[in-house]
Design a protein. Structure first.
Length: 64
């Protein structure tokens, strides 16, 4: 999906980019521009929840 100059201007004007590594958050407005994800959605956000839980279970830190 091509992102138009108007969409970029709207995104910048929203200020949403200001607290994001790489200037976008997949969970926000820019998520509509993502075609596909290789890996986990939460990993893209910053913490792969499933993978983290599996690691904690493996080391008997949590039981779920």
């Amino acid at each position: 999906m091509a992102v138009s100059q108007a969409q970029i201007a709207h995104y910048i004007a929203s200020g949403e980019h200001r607290d994001k590594a790489g200037s976008y958050g997949i969970q926000g407005m820019a998520g509509a521009w993502i075609k596909r994800i290789d890996g986990s959605y939460t990993g893209v956000m910053g913490l792969p929840i499933y993978e983290t839980a599996e690691l904690l279970r493996k080391h008997h830190i949590i039981q779920i």
